[in-house]
Ligand binder design. Structure first.
Ligand code: AHR
Length: 316
C-alpha cells in the first residue's frame, strides 16, 4: 500500500470513529407531552420532533392522552432509562412533587414546557412557556373595546386544573372586572377539544334561548371556539356577527374562520417553540446553569385584519 493510501485509510478510520463517538454521545431526551387534544398541541409535538431530529437529539416522545397518570409513568420510565434530560408539558398543575424528587435524586434535570406545575421550583431547572394570564388579559381587553364595555359573555374553559385554563380565566376576569357592564353569564369546560366546545356551546344555546342577550363567546382555545362556531351555525346564528368571538392559539383554522367572517380575534400561542426549549436544555447540559425560572415566550393578538398574513405564515 502506498503512503498516500495509508494516510487515506487512517483518515477514513478516524472520521468513522469520530462519527461513532458523536452518535454514542448523542443526547437522549424524554418528552412527556399532554396529548393531541388541539391543533396547537399537534403542531407543537411535530415541531419538537422535527427540531430534535435537526439537532441529532434522540427524543423519547410520550403522548399522555390528557392523563396525568400516564405522564407520571412516562417520567419514571425516562428515569429508569437514564436519559440526559426530561421535558414535561404537564396536563395539570398539581401532583408533580414526588416524581420530580425522583428525577432529582437520579440527577436528571427536568424542564417544564408550556403548562406550569405548582411545585417547589428547586425541583426543576426552568419553565419555557408563554404567559397565559397575559393571553386572558389581551382577550379581555380586545372584547372590552369591541363591545364598548357592555357585554354578557359565555366562556368555554380549558381542561380543569390546567395552567392555561386557570391563568387565562384569571387574566380575562381581571380586565372585565374593570367594566361594570361586562360579565360572564355561563362558564363550563370543553376540555380544549373541538367536540367539547361544540357540546358545551349547544347547551349554552339551549339555556339562553338561542344566546339571547349574549354578546360574546370567549374560549380558552381555538379548537373549542371552532366547535362553538359549528354549534352556533347549526342553531341558525351568525358567529362573528350576531355574537363576537375571541379565543387563544392562532391555529390555521381560526384564521380561515376569520376570513369567512365567523371569528373576530385570537391570541397567538406560538407552537414552533422547540428551538427555544432545546436551546435551554442543551445550554444547561453544556454547563449554563443560570437560567431564570421562567423563560418567557411572547404571545400577541390577531384579528381579521392580519388573518390572511397569519394563515400564510402558518402554511395554511
Ligand atoms: O397549554 C396550552 C393549551 O393546551 C393550548 O392553548 C390548547 O390548545 C392546548 O390544548
Amino acid at each position: 500500500m502506498s503512503i498516500l493510501k495509508h494516510m487515506l485509510a487512517a483518515a477514513v478510520g478516524a472520521a468513522a470513529l469520530a462519527g461513532l463517538s458523536a452518535s454514542a454521545s448523542a443526547q437522549t431526551i424524554g418528552f412527556s407531552q399532554v396529548g393531541s387534544e388541539s391543533d396547537w398541541r399537534t403542531a407543537f409535538s411535530a415541531d419538537m420532533k422535527a427540531e430534535a431530529e435537526k439537532r441529532g437529539i434522540k427524543l423519547q416522545f410520550s403522548d399522555a392522552q390528557q392523563k396525568e397518570e400516564n405522564q407520571l409513568k412516562a417520567v419514571r420510565s425516562f428515569i429508569a432509562q437514564k436519559v440526559d434530560a426530561i421535558i414535561i408539558a404537564p396536563v395539570v398543575v398539581t401532583g408533580w412533587d414526588q416524581v420530580l424528587k425522583e428525577a432529582q435524586a437520579a440527577k436528571i434535570p427536568v424542564f417544564i414546557a408550556d403548562r406550569a406545575v405548582e411545585s417547589d421550583p428547586s425541583l426543576f431547572v426552568t419553565r419555557i412557556a408563554a404567559d397565559f394570564n397575559l393571553e386572558g388579559r389581551l382577550a379581555g381587553a380586545w372584547l372590552a373595546q369591541a363591545s364598548k364595555g357592555n357585554c354578557n359573555i359565555v366562556e368555554l374553559q380549558g381542561t380543569v386544573g390546567s395552567a392555561p385554563a386557570i391563568e387565562r380565566k384569571k387574566g380575562f376576569e381581571a380586565v372585565i372586572s374593570l367594566f361594570p357592564n361586562m360579565k360572564i353569564v355561563k362558564s363550563q369546560s370543553g376540555n380544549f377539544t373541538t367536540s367539547g366546545g361544540k357540546e358545551v356551546m349547544e347547551s349554552f344555546i339551549k339555556a339562553t334561548d338561542g344566546l339571547k342577550d349574549v354578546c360574546a363567546v370567549w374560549a380558552h382555545n381555538d379548537n373549542m371556539m371552532l366547535g362553538a362556531i359549528q354549534a352556533m351555525k347549526e342553531a341558525g346564528l351568525k358567529p362573528g356577527k350576531d355574537v363576537l368571538t375571541v379565543s387563544v392559539d392562532g391555529v390555521p383554522d381560526i384564521f380561515k374562520a376569520m376570513l369567512a367572517g365567523e371569528s373576530d380575534a385570537s391570541v397567538e400561542l406560538k407552537s414552533d417553540i422547540g428551538k427555544y426549549i432545546y436551546d435551554v436544555v442543551q445550554g444547561y447540559l453544556k454547563g449554563k446553569h443560570d437560567y431564570p425560572k421562567w423563560v418567557l415566550i411572547p404571545s400577541d393578538l390577531h384579528t381579521p385584519a392580519d388573518a390572511a398574513e397569519m394563515l400564510k405564515k402558518k402554511g395554511g
